[in-house]
Design a protein around this ligand. Sequence first.
Ligand SMILES: NC(=O)c1ccc[n+]([C@@H]2O[C@H](COP(=O)([O-])OP(=O)(O)OC[C@H]3O[C@@H](n4cnc5c(N)ncnc54)[C@H](OP(=O)(O)O)[C@@H]3O)[C@@H](O)[C@H]2O)c1
Length: 269
Amino acid sequence: LQATWLGDLTKRQGPMEKFALVTGTSRGVGAALLPMLLADGWTVLGISRSTGSTVQSPNFYSAALDLTEVGSARGLEDALAVVAKFKGLTRVALVNNAASLEPVGNLANVGLQTLAGSFLINTCFPMWLAHKVLALFVEQNVVVVNLSSGAASNPYAGWSSYCATKAALAMSTRVCREELGLFHRKKPALLVDYAPGVVDTQMQEQVRTSDPQQFPMVAKFRQLHNQGALVPASEPAGEIYRLCRQEFAHDEHLQVRYPISEETWDLLI
Ligand SMILES: NC(=O)c1ccc[n+]([C@@H]2O[C@H](COP(=O)([O-])OP(=O)(O)OC[C@H]3O[C@@H](n4cnc5c(N)ncnc54)[C@H](OP(=O)(O)O)[C@@H]3O)[C@@H](O)[C@H]2O)c1
């Protein structure tokens, strides 16, 4: 039995020039990125558990998949195989944006399944999808944006899972750069480890409501919010959008955070 979204993608007629797979499109940074890509003529496959998106576009395919479940790999693999058959494709972007802060607190109180789920969504799916996309779309320019965090390099008590999964993702992006020669690609790839800053999304709401016993740094995040220091989601989304359509002549790896400096943009051209 084929999912409706996959059936719709399979039945799509005509060429497809630019394709983006974006995880976590139901809210936050991913939801802010979606209209930017669609307005620029991209076909977008958005992944989240809930698909109640307000975006209506014939070029938007929305799949309800839980990325803490290994079983979600099958639908993604099928979708990428369908997209690879379209004529006229020149550019593919993968935005590994969906992530989970859970489990927060002492891991002694957490089941191993929950911990494994965190690694699946924050690390395994992004790594695996990057390899799939780089291997499948060798004749297209490929941009992979992995959403990172200050937690990838700073240890926060109560966030051992989030910190470790984001650190592992950052290393996987670097390793991927070293492996690019193995894919026998005909067009270059841009691999980006991108930290979006402290963004005004539901994830930050969740951070602020943390129990200080579970997450002692909570006061710092409440203070940032009270000071109005949070960045609107459209700001990092705009930078991710710019990365997706960025011209680049050679394979590149970037490790950047919001806001990306003009010198960095210039380096790519
Ligand atoms: N917000 C910040 O301050 C901040 C700071 C540093 C880094 N980041 C990173 O930036 C990225 C975006 O964060 P955000 O603040 O926009 O997060 P958010 O508001 O919590 O949104 C997360 C998105 O991921 C999806 N998602 C969550 N669990 C999922 C699951 N099990 N399966 C499939 N999709 C799932 C959510 O949709 P459903 O719930 O419908 O599944 C939602 O669309 C993340 O990688 C985050 O780690 C954020």
